[in-house]
Design a protein around this ligand. Structure first.
Ligand code: BES
Ligand code: MN
Ligand code: ZN
Length: 497
């Protein structure tokens, strides 16, 4: 049930003939401090294209008073009998950093949304630029709609250099995974119940090496957090969804377990969200689960030598007669008891079960959770960076660096032990949130809470409340779910030896 269409990425030889055969040609440009325009790659081919169409593109840039800002776009109409090409698109590449190359790609992708058209692009040169460019073309092109009456939404073809065919194929898989996460996040909560999430996991796993296991009802009796939250919406109730990538011969490969927050809608429960407009975006509270499902679904095609198990902790946090109450004490998977303070801090309750389950049953070499966990993370880092917590500094540095190149950027935050007093409870092993008003550091105390459930594992927590959702249709993101984390986790898993 995907309501978006993914464009095609193709590799193509870089010749004037091939360029002239596409509907449009894209060329990346920079503007120096001295106001000189240059193109960022393929200079000799661009000279031939100018000659072929009898245009001077730098004169055009002066005419348009171009600034060179990443993503800035100008159209130069061209015509030539016998050529299909109708326009050259000049796109600003800022300072030609990977981030700026991505913004240029996204801007071009957006220009061709819903269009059945072909674009030959000369915006990227190095292999990392070509990969970033290819992914961002698809991400900018993303469009989700459930409107009636439209003809089937169309999608363009993007042609990139054929000297990097394998890389472009990999970009297709990665970009498609991000789009899959966006589709899941954009789907409204009246459709995407926890049971629906399980159906999606099963349909992605069909005809692949993935193995899906779903627990519901009585089988969840030991999962106190998932039940306490999810039984607020008894029909159809919470689901524990396990999706495993463990191909034949993988027994001795490193094992990564991913745990994702899958709250299909977060009203806050009895501690109802106020003001109410903060509830509007809460169908995206399953972005962590969407990300890990999309990551694991892409692995059969990417074939890394790493075993990966994704645990989707899916529940709705509703307000009803079966909602949990502030002051309830619940028993998590593995036996730890927790006093519930604020029912709107539901994410950590479902994650605690997943982390404990992974620690006690799955023997992970790496245990990573990803969750739209706290508004505090957004206050601290805004919407362009995810908050990352880990005691393993080398692993955190690696993820930070992969974030910078993949586009899903994360910042290493401190697990401040002084703040663990916030988790002290008189009646249970732990309080689940700070019960003193104005304690602050909400993202840190949430991370400290989760750490109680990871045993001695190599653990990373990603609080993606900020970047999981975009408030506007801008850069690489549509308004709504972004698919944050998919690129980061795929690139990291692919780097593990
Ligand atoms: N899903 C929210 C966090 C969130 C807020 C995600 C804004 C995306 C945008 C989470 O369940 C929540 O409500 N957290 C509370 C925790 C508090 C009650 C301790 C928060 O951040 O206010
Ligand atoms: Mn909440
Ligand atoms: Zn939530």
């Amino acid at each position: 049930m995907s309501a978006s269409v993914v464009p095609t990425l193709k590799s193509q030889s870089l010749t004037v003939e091939a360029a002239a055969n596409a509907d449009s040609i894209a060329i990346g440009f920079l503007k120096s401090k001295e106001n000189i325009f240059t193109f960022n790659t393929n200079l000799s081919l661009i000279a031939k294209i100018e000659k072929h169409f009898d245009v001077n593109l730098k004169d055009e840039l002066s005419f348009f008073s171009a600034t060179g800002k990443a993503g800035e776009l100008f159209e130069v109409p061209v015509s030539d009998e016998g050529s299909r090409c109708e326009r050259i698109l000049l796109v600003g590449v800022g300072n030609n950093s990977l981030t700026d190359v991505r913004l240029a790609g996204a801007s071009l992708g957006r220009r061709f949304r819903g269009k059945e058209s072909s674009l030959f692009t000369l915006v990227a040169h190095t292999s990392s630029e070509i990969f970033a460019h290819a992914v961002s073309l698809v991400l900018g092109n993303f469009q989700w709609t459930k409107k009636t009456g439209n003809a089937k939404v169309k999608a363009p073809i993007f042609y990139l250099s054929d000297t990097h065919a394998a890389l472009i194929e990999r970009a297709r898989v990665v970009a498609q995974a991000v789009c899959r996460a966006r589709d899941l996040i954009h789907t409204p909560a009246n459709i995407k119940t926890p049971a629906w999430m399980a159906q999606q996991a099963k349909s992605y796993a069909r005809n692949s090496e993935l193995v899906v296991t779903v627990l519901s009802g009585k089988a969840l009796s030991e999962f106190g957090g998932l039940q306490a939250v999810g039984n607020s919406s008894p029909n159809p109730g919470p689901r524990f969804i396990q999706v495993a990538y463990a191909p034949r011969g993988s027994k001795n490969w490193p094992h990564v377990v991913l745990v994702g927050k899958g709250i299909t809608f977060d009203t806050g429960g009895i501690s109802l969200k106020r003001p109410y407009d903060t509830m509007i975006g809460m169908k995206s509270d399953m972005s962590g689960a969407a990300a890990i499902l999309s990551v694991v679904s892409a692995l059969p095609e990417l074939a890394p030598k790493v075993r990966v198990t994704a645990l989707l902790m899916c529940a709705e946090n509703a307000l009803s007669g079966t909602s949990q109450r502030p002051s309830d004490v619940i028993t998590h998977y593995g036996g730890t008891t927790v006093e519930v303070i604020n029912t709107d801090a539901e994410g950590r309750l479902v994650l605690a079960d997943g982390l404990a389950y992974a620690d006690l049953n799955l023997d992970p070499d790496y245990l990573v959770d990803i969750a739209t966990l706290t508004g505090a993370a957004t206050l601290g880092l805004g919407r362009q960076y995810g908050a990352m917590y880990s005691r393993n500094n080398a692993l955190a540095k690696k993820l930070h660096d992969i974030g910078e190149t993949s586009g899903d950027r994360v910042w290493h935050m401190p697990l401040i032990d002084d703040y663990s007093v916030a988790l002290h409870s008189v009646v249970a092993d732990y309080n689940h949130t700070a019960d003193k008003p104005k304690f602050s550091a909400g993202s840190v105390t949430a991370a400290l809470f989760l750490e109680k459930f990871v045993g001695t594992r190599n653990w990373v927590h990603l609080d993606i409340a900020g970047p999981a959702r975009s408030e506007s249709d801008a850069g690489e993101n549509p308004k709504g779910g972004t698919g944050f984390g998919v690129r980061l986790l795929i690139d990291w898993i692919s780097s593990i030896k």
